[in-house]
Design a binder for this molecule. Structure first.
Ligand code: KG4
Ligand code: ZN
Length: 344
């Protein structure tokens, strides 16, 4: 069988990433994080697109060098078309188009959220990694999305539950901001939570019907709780940082796990994956592993490098589309929102 080399490009938010895959094996995955946003406590779209513009060529060049291949060996270029920040997506999309014209190879457009899910299909070097079989469920939790997706085939995905307000990662980040932790706050909450008691403080659970999620109430009750405590003790956050992080993390994970359990019961599907930035969270990883031990689920937990945004997930999705001959035209333009694109 002839080897297929795919270049994946991811530029939907604030990470510029390029990855080379040989079939379903990863040869390189280079990610340039943008430090420029830290002082603003969030991503500044205008600065993000400028940083992508600066990073994209060196990142792709490094990905090719690390993979040890020449650009002329590439079979196709896969790029994130959406959802994400338009100015950021335009950089990756335009670069992919220009590069494909120069190399005379096709381009493949990828939905970012489908990429997160399909990262589970990147095989390890030994070729012995357990890969999900269809159908399976995936809890896709990132800074912009929180979804439960039923995956029937590589590109046959149905969103069966989603957030009606904030995403889980957004909830982590906003809560961290309230505690004056750096941006993005999710990894800091996770770090401090390891030293704390998850039952030290309780926060009201949102009561949303069905498989949908809501996190804005949790964030507000955390804010009011702290406002009251800070009136009595100005050092409350500093003194109780670990317990606060552990308790709020526990609350977020409980919401996620309750809905995921409901989805398993409703669909009868016990193969369950997690994906997206929040799937790096140690509490969530432990909670889903427990379901494997206690409830007979077969769970799929991504390697850390495939949790937050990366181009390897775009390249693997590109590999599957390449095999189907599904190529994009030069007129393909980015989209900022795209839950409907999940259904194909
Ligand atoms: O998938 P991702 O890199 O970007 C989007 O597509 O949004 O996800 C980023 C999100 C951020 O909100 C970040 O705080 C969160 O993932 N995150 C975490 C952890 N690592 C990243 N949240 C909780 N615990 C973590 N360890
Ligand atoms: Zn993402």
């Amino acid at each position: 069988m002839q080897n297929i080399y795919i270049l994946g490009i991811e530029s939907s938010c604030d990470d510029t990433s390029a990855s080379i895959l040989c079939n379903n094996h990863m040869l390189s995955n280079v990610i340039a994080n943008q430090a420029v946003h830290t002082e603003f406590g969030g991503v500044v779209p205008e600065l993000a697109s400028r940083a992508h513009q600066q990073n994209i060529i060196p990142v792709i060049d490094t990905a090719l060098k690390k993979a040890g291949i020449n650009k002329k060996e590439l079979n196709a270029i896969a790029f994130t078309r959406g959802p994400g920040l338009l100015g950021s997506l335009l950089v990756g999309t335009s670069f992919a188009k220009a590069f494909s014209l120069g190399l005379e190879i096709p381009i493949v457009e990828i939905d970012h959220m489908q990429g997160h899910i399909l990262s589970h299909f990147i095989q390890n070097e030994e070729g012995n990694k357990l890969i999900p079989e269809f159908p399976f469920l995936c809890l896709t939790v990132s800074g912009g999305h929180t979804q439960i997706v039923l995956i029937r085939d590589y590109f046959e995905m149905e969103v069966i539950g989603q957030t009606i307000d904030d995403a889980a990662g957004e909830a982590f980040d906003k809560i961290a901001k309230i505690m004056s932790l750096p941006y993005p706050g999710g990894p800091f909450v996770d770090k401090f939570a390891k030293e704390g008691n998850p039952l030290a403080f309780t926060f009201p659970k949102p009561s949303i019907q069905g498989l949908d999620f809501s996190f804005s109430g949790l964030k507000t009750s955390f804010l009011y709780f702290l406002r009251d405590r800070l009136k009595e003790d100005a050092d409350f956050i500093e003194k109780h940082k670990a317990d606060l992080c552990a308790s709020i993390q526990y609350s977020i994970i409980s919401v996620l796990m309750d809905k995921l359990t409901k989805a398993v019961k409703k669909t009868g599907i016990k193969q369950v994956a997690i994906a997206g930035g929040v799937s790096a969270n140690s509490g969530l990883r432990n909670a889903i592993l427990k379901m494997q031990e206690n409830s007979g689920w077969t769970v799929f937990i991504p390697e850390f490098q495939f949790t937050t945004d990366n181009a390897a997930m775009i390249a693997i999705a590109g590999y599957f589309k390449y095999q189907r001959g599904e190529f994009a035209g030069q007129s393909a333009i980015p989209y900022s929102r795209g839950a409907s694109k999940q259904k194909k």
